[in-house]
Every structure is written in C-alpha cells, then in structure tokens.
Design a protein around this ligand. Structure first.
Ligand SMILES: Cc1cc2nc3c(=O)[nH]c(=O)nc-3n(C[C@H](O)[C@H](O)[C@H](O)COP(=O)(O)O)c2cc1C
Ligand SMILES: [Mn+2]
Length: 491
C-alpha cells in the first residue's frame, strides 16, 4: 500500500492527478474561502489550494475539499482512495472493504521521534495568537470562525491506556481560546468525564494538515479503548511517527502542518455554533455552551497549510469520509456478529441518513427476511456505527449499494409500502437530524426504521423476477453482438 505520510505528499499526489487547483488570487477568509470550497464540491472541481489570503501574515495557505469527489471519469473517489493508500481508480466497494478489513490486522502503536517538521515554529504562552492563521468564517450563519474542520483532537485517558484521535469541529473564541463539539456521547466527551472526575483539566492537542489516512480513521466510529493511531498503524502495516508536544504530555503526528496544545477547562464554557451541518442545512438555533480549550502553545511547519471542510449539502467530507468510515465499521460489526452481509454503503446523496446493507444471495431457505431485519436492527442500532443512523435499507446483493440509481430503483420497486417497513421504537434520537421532534429530544426516545427490499420468503426461487439488463433484454449472443458493433451503428 502506497501510504502518503504527510499532507504535502498528498497535495503533490493530487497535483499529479489533476485534482489540485492553485489559487493565487487574493482571497478573503471571511466567506470567500468557504464559498469557493462549496462551489468546488458542486462542480466536483479540483481541490482549491489558496496561496494568498487577506491579512494573513504567517504565509499560511489553505487546502479546501481535501476529500471531495472528482469529476474526472473513473476517478470519482480518487481523493478518498489516495488518502487510504489505494489506487486512484478504486471503486467505492473496494474502499469500504479495505478500510473495514483493517479490523483483521494487528494494531501497531506509533513510534516516537524527537525532531519533527510540525515543530519548525513554536509559539508558547502569551506569544500565541491563533488569529495569525487564516481561520475561515465558512457559512454566513456560523457562530464563529472554525479553525478545525479536518484535523484530529488528541486526548488520552488519565491512566494513559487509551489515546483518542477524533475529528471534531473547533471554533475560535479568542486569541488563545477555542470551543467545540464532541463532548457529549463521543469518545472526546467520555475521556473528558474521566479528567473531570479527577478534578484535573484535560490536556489536548489538535493536529491539522495530516497524513491523509488520519482523518478517515479519526472519523471512524471505532469502539472505545481502541486507540486510533494504533489502528492506523495496523491498517498501513507500518507505525505512524509521532513527536512529543512542547507543553502537554501528548504525542502528535510529526508531519502535521499545525498543532495546537493546551488543556480543556473543567468549569468554563463558551457559546458554540451554530454551524452549517452535514445534514445539508444550517439551523438558526442559539449557540450551545461547550467546554473551553485553553491554548498553551502552537507549533507549525514553515508556510503551513490549513485544511478546510465546508460542511453542507452532499457531497462534502462528512459524506465521503465519515460516511465511508461509518459504512466500513458497520460492515465489520455485522460480519463480527455473523450477519450474512456482503456490502455496506451510505450513499453520499443521502447526507449520512441511509445505510444500505446488501445480504449474501444464498440466505433464502436458511432464514427469513423478517429474522434478518430483526438481527440487523439489533446489531446496527446498538453499535457506535449506528447511533446516528435511523434509516436502513436491506437489499439483495444484485444491487450495488454505492450506485444510487440502483438503490433508488430497488427501494422503489421491491419494498412493500407497509409490509416492507419495520419500525423500531424507543431508540435514542440523533438530534442533528431535522425530523427529530422536540418531544423525542426531551424523552431521548425516537423511532428507527429498516426498509426491507428483499423478495417475499414465500416466493420460489424461479418466481424471482429477472432484472432487464441488456442481455436479459435481447438475449445472448445478441447482447455481445450489439456491444461489439456499437461504434458501427454510428454512436
Ligand atoms: C469532516 C468531519 C467533521 C466532523 N465533525 C464532527 C463534530 O463537529 N463533532 C462530532 O462530534 N463529530 C464530528 N464528526 C464525526 C466524528 O469524527 C465521528 O463520529 C468519530 O467516530 C468520533 O470519534 P470517536 O469515535 O473517537 O468519538 C466529523 C467527522 C468528519 C469526517
Ligand atoms: Mn475513538
């Protein structure tokens, strides 16, 4: 596997593939960067590298759309595939399978080095002013300027046994203070509670501009007590390199473009959000109080490159990266429970709302569709991978779950309007979903659904209709004949 070990190597690979757009025009951090990134997602245009940003003295650059989709034929998933060390023409199925299968590998903890590019520049204490970086106001309704949208927040349990690297948004509240989300049910919040119980502020580091695999695993719903850096080492088959922070006792990826160090306050909170969300909307809610990150040092490479994700309508990184990571984890989880799954995918177009699960073709006669539905619900809705999923489609594996046309067709044509719909009550709601009611938020109980697109158990195998593919339309050898002569017809 060709592992790209730094953000800069990744950017050079993008350039080589025609997936990088250097922008030398002077741009504004105030909505212009966010707008250009949004437009680049819409056009599936190359990732914008902003070389000149207004008022930015540090020489800092910004890379937008780090894992956006490509409009180049055959290279739709190139940025995702490259990030995971795969060939740029990999299919979505291959990508999900590769990430999921990392669970079968032995974890490999990182190795510590003493000198690292991420510490080429070091500012401590009162010298820190995060305003030196071109921190964007991404959406006009955002409650602040978000410095972290694609890096990982690094924390460790007080007993040092579990190190967590996770992608959580972080916004500036002052020159050396920040706030962000993830302190609820996420691992960041679980580890924060352990520090709170001891009455000690939680050391943190935020590392941004990383080897491209890192955000993919940082966004992956791995089980608690699994350290993401060790999992990444196992996935790559070689350990990551990390360096000790300057002011806190944590290790950070050595090639990071920017690292922010400090502690999370136990008492003080600051208003956080709102912010444009992965659901594709911005909700005009009041900001919510979140813990305050106090910064003790910032270290960075010369001419650092800050990655920026503009959350919103599909497809951006929440759909490409988080969606793929969640699908990979759901696949591993279902396999681990012996469910006859063949593939899992979260169509980007569903903005993280539909998990499509395909079932091995030979399940018929061994079990019933109803039993599969109940097992699927019991496994997925109880897993960390499934906590934000409330709509699951169960489909035969003649359907490619990463092909939205096939998914829509199967759902429309195969799922019975009532008998194909299975409701699971008293499930914890995921409050960011628009359809969750105030009452469901208050009671903590909502409904999740599985749509079965499987054929009725009572149908005999020969009763199952055949798809009208080309060869089912005109038969063989006519289908091959037509394909061979296609250009002769004048097409
Ligand atoms: C681009 C991107 C942005 C994300 N933003 C947030 C966020 O702001 N808050 C959050 O809790 N999770 C966010 N996530 C999802 C988490 O990274 C994901 O749930 C992950 O599993 C959390 O790590 P943990 O499992 O170690 O808790 C984001 C994921 C991606 C890919
Ligand atoms: Mn974790």
């Amino acid at each position: 596997m060709a592992h790209l070990s730094s953000f800069r190597e990744y950017i050079e690979s993008l350039r080589g593939l025609g997936e990088l757009q250097e922008i030398d025009a002077l741009v504004d951090w105030n909505l212009e960067i966010g707008g250009i990134i949004k437009r680049s997602y819409d056009l599936r245009a190359p990732a914008p590298l902003f070389n000149r940003i207004k008022g930015c003295a540090s020489g800092c650059r910004v890379l937008g759309a780090p894992a956006g989709l490509s409009r180049q034929p055959g290279l739709t998933f190139a940025r995702i595939a490259l990030s995971l060390g795969m060939s740029p023409d990999s299919t979505a199925t291959e990508i999900v399978e590769t990430l999921s299968s990392a669970h079968r590998r032995q974890v490999l903890p990182p190795v510590t080095v003493t000198e690292a590019p991420c510490q080429e520049n070091i500012l401590c204490g009162s010298d820190v002013d995060l305003g030196m970086f071109p921190v964007p106001l991404i959406h006009k309704g955002d409650g602040g300027r978000y410095i972290n949208t694609w890096g990982v927040v690094i924390v460790q349990t007080p007993d040092r046994k579990w190190t967590n690297w996770s992608v959580n948004r972080v916004m500036l509240t002052g020159k050396n203070t920040m706030t962000g989300t993830g302190f609820g049910g996420q691992h960041l919040g679980m580890i924060y509670s352990q520090w709170k119980a001891l009455g000690r502020p939680m050391p943190f580091a935020i590392a941004m501009g990383l080897a491209p695999v890192i955000p993919f695993v940082g966004g992956m719903p791995l089980a608690e007590n699994i350290s993401e850096p060790d999992f990444i080492g196992g996935f790559l088959g070689e350990p990551l390199s990390v360096v000790p922070c300057r002011t806190v006792d944590l290790l950070v990826p050595d090639t990071a473009e920017i690292v922010i160090e400090g502690t999370v306050d136990l008492e003080e909170t600051a208003p956080e959000g709102p912010m444009g969300e992965y659901t594709g909307y911005i909700v005009s809610s009041a900001p919510a109080p979140q813990p305050v990150y106090r910064v003790s040092a910032v270290t960075y490479r010369n001419q650092p490159i800050l990655p920026v994700v503009a959350a919103g309508e599909p497809a951006e990184e929440n759909h490409t990266c988080w969606g793929i990571a969640v699908a990979a984890e759901a696949l591993a989880c279902l396999r681990g429970h012996g469910f006859p799954v063949s593939r899992c995918f979260i169509p980007f177009e569903s903005a993280m709302h539909w998990l499509v699960v395909t079932v091995d073709g030979d399940y018929r006669g061994k079990t019933t569709a109803r039993e599969l539905v109940d097992r699927l619900a019991a496994i997925v809705f109880a897993s960390k991978a499934g906590f934000m999923l409330s709509k699951v489609l169960l489909v035969d594996d003649d359907i490619d779950p990463s092909n939205i046309n096939e998914v829509v067709w199967a759902f429309a044509s195969r799922s019975h309007p009532s008998q194909g719909q299975f409701l699971f009550k008293d499930q914890p709601p995921f409050p960011l979903q628009l359809f969750v009611t105030p009452e469901e938020k208050a009671t903590g109980k909502s409904t999740k659904v599985i749509y079965s697109c499987l054929y009725p158990d009572s149908w005999l195998t020969e009763q199952i209709p055949r798809r009208l593919t080309l060869s089912e339309t005109c038969g063989e050898p006519m289908a091959s004949h037509i394909l061979a002569k296609w250009h002769e017809y004048g097409y």
